[in-house]
Design a protein around this ligand. Structure first.
Ligand SMILES: [Zn+2]
Length: 365
């Protein structure tokens, strides 16, 4: 079994222990194309010496931009998973300048279970950063990404969607992270994706998300919600393929599209800000949600968002739900049956690039 020496600047990854950590045989200094697995020892009932195999593809062609592409952070979000797998098959080293690392199913147990979270530990990878080298599988994946893999790259692109229970406006996403010049570059790269919408989230420097982790690792984090409902459509695949190609072209890692056809010119990206829990309507009790607005609608504060029915109290009229803030509807719950705490519908505030305050430069390079 090949055990790769860790070259992470800090802190060292424990790779030699038999029951913790993460092992792989990728040589990050080698030119060419390598396909393999990140392997996590995890003893289970049917296989005491079981390893979870996370597929990884590494393409390097000399010095140049260093880009990490990942999907399957949540298992039931498919545009990125399908397109990054296709990119692994299509991309040849000769077409690349610099380094591209591809993880099409980063939390592979969640992908194989068609779930948001890993069935082994119920771990939500996008809430697991910075993780732990000797924790559960999801914590170990998070730890390796933040402390090793992200540090080797200039740009981390993590592709999401709404998942099984949620419809989402297809949009690019960045967090207010890192020093101002890096945030400015992140905004530039997000706009280069040519998605119809891009939103900027404020999750704080200690965010347990991949974008928080990328910032702490000194990389530019780019993300997006490219579809929803645990499915893909021709349109979401078209937009996502173009976004992946555009990011790689904008960084200089490739010169010509690999996944997308020559396309009609994109409309300018509408920037959106999501910065308050008041932008969402949450269920406060068991009920059945009937939306009257859909993703992409422009709404004003006070507009009717939908009705909340109570099938256990047929004598009661359905409750009218109104938006607390105006904006563009970016997501809504797809499952009608809802419980207290479920986010039913959410709006984001349209903004201009100049309105976005630069984040505080409180994170080291
Ligand atoms: Zn996700």
């Amino acid at each position: 079994m090949a055990v790769a020496a860790s070259r992470a600047p800090c802190p060292p990854i424990k790779v030699r222990f038999m029951h913790t950590g993460l092992i792989h045989s990728i040589d990050f200094d080698a030119d060419g194309k390598q396909s393999g697995h990140l392997r996590l020892p995890y003893s289970i009932d049917r296989s005491p010496y079981f390893h979870i195999h996370v597929p990884i593809c590494r393409i390097r062609n000399g010095a140049g931009p260093r880009v990490l592409l990942m999907a399957g952070n949540h298992g039931d979000e498919y545009e990125g998973e399908l397109l990054l797998a296709r990119l692994m098959r299509r991309l040849a080293p000769a077409a690349v300048r610099g380094e591209i690392t591809i993880l099409p199913m980063v939390n592979v147990p969640a992908v194989m279970a068609a779930r948001r979270r890993s069935p082994y530990d119920d771990g939500n990878l996008n809430r697991a950063f910075p993780g732990s080298a000797d924790g559960t599988p999801t914590a170990r994946i998070a730890h390796f990404l933040e402390h090793d893999l992200f540090r080797r790259h200039d740009v981390v692109f993590d592709l999401h969607a709404g998942g099984t229970s949620m419809a989402h406006l297809p949009c690019a996403l960045i967090e207010q992270q890192g020093p101002p010049e890096r945030f400015a570059r992140a905004l530039q790269l997000m706009q280069a994706l040519a998605m119809p919408y891009g939103f900027v989230a404020e999750n704080g420097a200690a965010a347990p998300t991949s974008m928080g982790a990328a910032a702490r690792a000194g990389a530019i984090g780019i993300s997006g919600e490219f579809g929803g409902g645990a499915t893909v459509t021709r349109e979401t695949m078209r937009l996502t393929a173009r976004a992946i190609d555009n990011l790689l072209i904008a960084t200089g890692a490739i010169a010509a599209p690999v996944l997308s056809e020559a396309d009609r010119p994109a409309e300018p990206m509408q920037l959106l800000a999501l910065d308050s829990h008041d932008q969402a309507i949450y269920a406060t009790r068991r009920g059945w949600f009937e939306p009257v607005a859909d993703v992409g609608d422009r709404v004003a504060a006070g507009d009717l968002a939908g009705y909340y029915h109570d099938l256990t109290r047929l004598d009661l009229p359905e409750e009218a739900l109104h938006f607390g803030q105006g904006g563009i509807v970016i997501s809504r719950r797809l499952h009608t049956d809802s419980e207290a705490g479920d986010c039913l519908i959410q709006v984001a505030r349209p903004v201009a690039a100049g309105d976005l305050a630069a984040p505080q430069a409180d994170i080291g390079g």
